[in-house]
Design a protein around this ligand. Structure first.
Ligand SMILES: [Zn+2]
Length: 161
């Protein structure tokens, strides 16, 4: 079933090119699609998680996919917004503004990761271009390892159907 949504493009200084605006909305759409694909794969593996969990002490920041008991935080990072080394090229238009903006995003990501780790969380960052099946397998292994032995029924790991 196809979902039809509109995406709000935030304003930025100067006249933006159509290409950049299109790239922004595409980046957001892919970001969401990548997260949904990963969530589907995790669910399929019997893993139960919460979404959009608040990061402690960091207002307005959220963990995309959180295993709260095991303290595993998963972020699905859009290639454009988070500066993926393969796809996160700098737009030519408004170069200075964009560079500042994207650099700030990267610094914020690093701060979020560091902060959560200092609180005992294991942080997993997945690029939107990564294979959701492989990512889900990796995350499943981390969660199950942290959950201990198979006889210790982990709260975050539901029954496999
Ligand atoms: Zn990428």
């Amino acid at each position: 079933m196809a979902e039809i949504r509109t995406y709000h493009v935030p304003t930025h200084p100067g006249a933006s090119s159509v290409q950049v605006s299109r790239r922004m909305s595409t980046a957001r759409r892919k970001d969401t699609a990548a997260e949904m694909a990963l969530r589907r794969e995790l669910h399929r593996r019997g893993l139960r998680y919460r979404v959009t969990v608040k990061v402690p002490d960091r207002p307005r920041r959220t963990i995309d996919i959180a295993f709260t008991r095991r303290k595993v935080a998963v972020f699905v990072d859009g290639c454009f917004w988070h500066g993926c080394p393969e796809h996160g090229t700098d737009p030519a238009s408004n170069a200075a503004w964009w560079q500042t903006k994207l650099e700030a995003n990267k610094l914020r990501d690093a701060d979020t990761t560091h902060h959560l780790e200092s609180l005992g969380w294991r942080v997993v960052r997945v690029w939107e271009h990564e294979d959701p099946v492989a990512a889900a397998t990796n995350i499943g292994q981390i969660v199950r390892t942290l959950a201990g032995s198979p006889t210790d029924l982990p709260a975050d790991v539901g029954a496999v159907r």
